[in-house]
Design a protein around this ligand. Structure first.
Ligand SMILES: [Ca+2]
Ligand SMILES: [Ca+2]
Length: 345
């Protein structure tokens, strides 16, 4: 089969310019809303929250099968101290993690079979093709990571549990911290700003310069870092780290911004527009323990938001609120260097 595919590729190459194209079904429609579907992984029915650390060499796996307020922690030791974006692959029971120490993306296979305290060896190590890797997103057997340099880049890799290779590289022109893929589209936050950028039909974009299709400001947000989108409820959640450093406020000036009916609101705002405070639900204040929430995951089925809180070095879990609140997390626990969070549900 492989030979046949290679031959087909070589033959196609005679007609077209390269074999870079992925069989994802190009959609030529310019309709902004045409691609808002999500390629659901088949095995996302777990009960685990995965948390990266950028200081400890520990990958935390919190199991919530005994309840959102009483998770149990499995600490997995990884051979690199500084990690960021983490992704769970339900089709392979593998985790992909941005290894900032060695500047590569790694895979850890059979993650559910690990035990507390295990030292794991990556089952695949990608090429060193980024400088300052931060957030990540898994899509279509690829992982794209934000390379937070100036001007910013995205680096995308073919992934499975025993091989990671270069796919494509993009210049987005702004400092980028985190990314989210929905359907064929990609969302990215512009670090240092309150701007959310949208890239329509990212799946089919060739390597090279990749200007956003639309950039929308989020009113009231100071400096965003993490984002996550819940398809089933059409809800986007963004983090606001406020000031990144300094006393006395940085460790307490964080917030979460929840935008329901996100698709309609984003496209109503349009390129250069703004989503107003009245179209947001904000979690902020002294009860929240939010200082520098650097990454976030939302699950409408669990009714919960999971936060990697870097300034206070914690994993936080919140109920999804229905109105603005200075609300306490339903769960809070120390997690040194908390830098990224994802779930397997
Ligand atoms: Ca993220
Ligand atoms: Ca802060």
């Amino acid at each position: 089969m492989k030979k046949l595919a290679l031959f087909a590729c070589a033959f196609t190459a005679l007609i077209f310019t390269n074999c870079d194209k992925e069989p994802v079904g190009y959609d030529s429609s310019d309709n902004f809303e045409s691609n808002f579907s999500f390629n659901k992984q088949s095995n996302l029915n777990g009960t685990s929250i995965y948390v990266s650390s950028n200081t400890s060499g520990v990958l935390g796996i919190f199991d919530i099968s005994t309840g959102m307020m009483s998770p149990t922690l499995k600490s997995i030791n990884v051979p690199y101290a500084d990690a960021d974006g983490v992704e769970y692959d339900g089709n392979r029971d593998a985790v992909y993690q941005v290894n900032r120490t060695d500047k590569n993306l790694v895979a850890v296979a059979n993650i559910s079979r690990t035990s507390d305290g295990d030292l794991v060896t990556p089952s695949a190590i990608g090429p060193s093709s980024f400088t300052n890797g931060r957030g990540s997103a898994l899509y279509n057997n690829k992982v794209v990571i934000a390379d937070d340099i100036m001007p910013g880049r995205l680096a995308s890799y073919h992934v499975n549990d025993d091989q990671i290779s270069d796919f494509r590289n993009y210049n987005v022109g702004f400092k980028v911290w985190d990314v989210q893929v929905t359907g064929k589209d990609l969302w990215a936050i512009e670090d240092l700003t309150n701007i959310l950028a949208y890239f329509q039909n990212f799946h089919n974009a060739k390597s090279g310069d990749l200007p956003p299709t639309a950039e929308v400001a989020i009113e009231g947000l100071v400096r965003t870092h993490g984002l996550n989108y819940d398809t089933s409820s059409d809800t986007m959640v963004l983090t606001d780290i406020g000031s990144a450093a300094g006393m006395p406020n940085s460790a307490s000036d964080g917030a979460l911004i929840i935008i329901k009916n996100f698709t309609q609101k984003f496209h109503a705002a349009g390129d250069g527009g703004m989503i107003s405070l009245s179209d947001q639900i904000r979690i902020a204040g002294d009860m929240t323990q939010l200082g520098n929430p650097v990454d976030v995951a939302i699950s409408s089925s669990k009714g919960a938001i999971f936060v990697a809180e870097r300034a206070q070095q914690k994993l936080l879990i919140f109920d999804i609120p229905t109105e603005n609140c200075n609300c306490a997390p339903v769960y809070s626990t120390a997690f040194a260097g908390a830098s990224s969070v994802t779930t397997d549900f």
